[in-house]
Design a protein around this ligand. Structure first.
Ligand code: BEZ
Length: 210
């Protein structure tokens, strides 16, 4: 069954390039990003894994652990890592799951048979410290993802987990935000003592809380 937002991310134990990992234990109290790529030794995947490795510091800053997955075995991942390093100019610095029997791909519904009946699509799951799924996106094999967008969503998720706000279209960290409709004007006066700009009674803009 498809995994929906708010579901507990299914737990699993997997063989990875960093040894055997129990997913929930490995996440600990961190946020997590679990993403699948269709196949080792393929061009788009090579660029994606290099890009994620370069963003490791950004994920670390946000207390996010990143882990990749494909249906190839870990022995193939280890051979491919050299190509990623050579062509993308960065060492792989996060674990890659080998899932040749497709146990985890099936658990996370990462194989979409009408797109490809054997390879994983490009799934992304963002998981909160409560182990609940906060974001799920699926890209086709032919389109490399924009991991800056994943970081942007994590910024929004981490902000909105703490404050009674939502983030508007194309929001970037530091931009103004929106007071959620469930907060009355009376309560908003306490939560946002600096005031807000009401474009409509339901569209109240405030500076991003610190
Ligand atoms: C790629 O990563 O380049 C790729 C993988 C599967 C299908 C198409 C492209």
């Amino acid at each position: 069954m498809a995994i929906r937002l708010g579901d507990i991310a299914p737990d699993f134990t997997a063989d990875t390039t960093a040894g055997t990992i129990n997913f929930h234990e490995w996440l600990g109290t961190s946020w997590g990003v679990l993403f699948s790529h269709p196949k080792d030794f393929t061009p788009v995947c090579t660029t994606e894994l290099g890009a994620v490795a370069k963003l490791k510091g950004e994920f670390d800053k946000r207390n996010v652990k990143v882990i990749g997955l494909s249906v190839d075995p870990v022995s193939d991942h280890h051979r491919w890592i050299g190509d990623i390093e050579e062509t993308q100019g960065t060492a792989l610095n996060f674990p890659l799951i080998g899932d040749p029997d497709r146990t985890i791909s099936t658990l996370y519904d990462m194989i979409h048979p009408n797109a490809n009946d054997t390879l994983t699509v490009r799934s992304v799951f963002v998981i909160g410290p409560d182990k609940k799924v906060k974001l799920s996106i699926t890209y086709p094999a032919s389109t490399g993802r924009n991991f800056a967008e994943i970081l942007r969503v994590i910024d929004s998720l981490q902000l909105t987990a703490k404050h009674s706000v939502a983030t508007p279209v194309n929001w970037q960290h530091g931009d103004d935000v929106i007071i959620v409709p469930s907060v009355s004007d009376a309560d908003a006066k306490t939560k946002f003592p600096g005031g807000w700009k009401a474009l409509k009674p339901y569209l109240r803009i405030v500076p991003q809380p610190k």
